[in-house]
Design a protein around this ligand. Structure first.
Ligand SMILES: [Zn+2]
Length: 182
């Protein structure tokens, strides 16, 4: 899918290998074009995100949603007005987001792979790819667990969060009791 070299999809300029490696989500776009997209000069940010064709959220360092593209909204079956300004846990209906303090403020949140990935990318600028995450939609039974695979990339001082996979992940069965050998 990604090659080591390439040209910018928007201005056709040659891309450095570093740019290609960094753009896990935005793809073959040079630094300059990416800046213009963020500044809404030339291609509007929303059109650019929709054009990625895969579910992408734009979040701040606290995983508060500032933008979501059409594939993401279709995946969730929600309007943008329902997700704007919400934290990731609210958007994906994490059970812990309903506890006091909300998403990112409960004792369960320190191990959240989604939050950790966003924090790492925001802090270091490093893109992450194929991070495994789990989300409990029912805190009591933990039966409504969703498995997710996400990728991140820093752009425009924010973090792009791509949903590579989301699906029901039934609670793993109890370890099998092996028959005692005769
Ligand atoms: Zn360009």
């Amino acid at each position: 899918m990604d090659s080591v070299s390439g040209t910018c999809a928007l201005c056709k300029k040659d891309l450095s290998p570093q740019e290609v490696a960094q753009r896990t989500i935005t793809g073959s776009v040079c630094e300059e074009c990416l800046y213009h997209v963020g500044a809404q000069s030339g291609m509007p940010l929303r059109d650019f995100l929709d054009g990625l064709g895969v579910p992408v959220l734009v979040v701040d360092s606290d995983v508060v949603v500032t933008m979501a593209n059409k594939p993401l909204l279709a995946l969730l079956g929600k309007n943008f007005s329902k997700v704007r300004g919400q934290r990731g846990g609210d958007v994906f209906e994490c059970a812990y987001a309903r506890l006091q303090g909300g998403c990112g403020r409960t004792v369960h949140c320190s191990g959240c792979a989604i939050r950790l990935a966003v924090t790492e990318t925001f802090t270091t600028g490093r893109s992450l790819r194929g991070v495994q995450a789990y989300l409990n939609r029912d805190a009591v039974t933990q039966f409504l667990q969703l498995g997710m695979v996400i990728s991140t990339e820093k752009a425009w001082g924010l973090v792009l969060l791509r949903i590579d996979y989301i699906g029901t992940q039934p609670k793993p069965p109890q370890a099998e009791v092996r028959p005692t050998p005769a």
